[in-house]
Design a protein. Structure first.
Length: 188
């Protein structure tokens, strides 16, 4: 798969998550809605080697960082993993966070265990089957990628779920301090 195809998939997914039309992205990236055709061609894999200025303009408009672009160029990163789950939590920059996402066979829920308070309020989780990626819809109406691509076993269990339970654990222990539940929408 060429860089253009991988980048086009990322643009299409990120644009969808942000709730932007191709026309809106054309205006945001190039200041001209007539560039909608260029975005369409890129998203549909018809541009194997997009020009650097095109990549830069679209990346800035969608908030895609240089590390992600470099990862795509080097084929080292999945095109959907462009955000970090830590963005959802209160962290001081020096501390890491322990978390675990678990799907249980025969259950209709996924459990997300974490040891930091969340700094966003979530309305819904969305799981994209084809991409094996999860996205969260926040209370302010924005979609934020979890940055987690599920392994094969978890991906096979995810479509059976209809809710995610977020369990806040005391740091360094399994003592539950709090939990909340949000619905999980499966997107084919």
């Amino acid at each position: 798969m060429s860089f253009g195809e991988i980048f086009g998939n990322l643009v299409k997914t990120r644009r969808g998550i942000e709730g932007m039309t191709q026309q809106a992205l054309a205006v945001a990236a190039f200041g001209d809605e007539s560039f909608k055709t260029r975005i369409s061609e890129l998203e549909n894999g018809r541009v194997a080697k997009p020009q650097p200025k095109t990549v830069d303009a679209i990346a800035v408009a969608l908030g895609i960082d240089d590390e992600t672009i470099n990862g795509l160029l080097n084929q080292q990163a999945h095109p959907l993993i462009y955000d970090d789950i830590c963005d959802f939590f209160h962290l001081d920059g020096a501390r890491s966070m322990d978390f675990e996402l678990a799907f249980a066979q025969g259950h209709d829920k996924a459990a997300f265990f974490h040891d930091r308070r969340m700094r966003v309020e979530l309305k819904r989780a969305e799981y994209f089957i084809e991409e094996k990626a999860m996205v969260f819809l926040t209370s302010d109406g924005r979609r934020r990628p979890a940055g987690l691509q599920l392994d094969e076993q978890m991906a096979s269990l995810a479509p059976q779920c209809n809710r995610v339970v977020f369990v806040y654990l005391q740091e360094g222990s399994l003592k539950k301090l709090d939990e909340f539940v949000c619905p999980l929408k499966i997107i084919a």
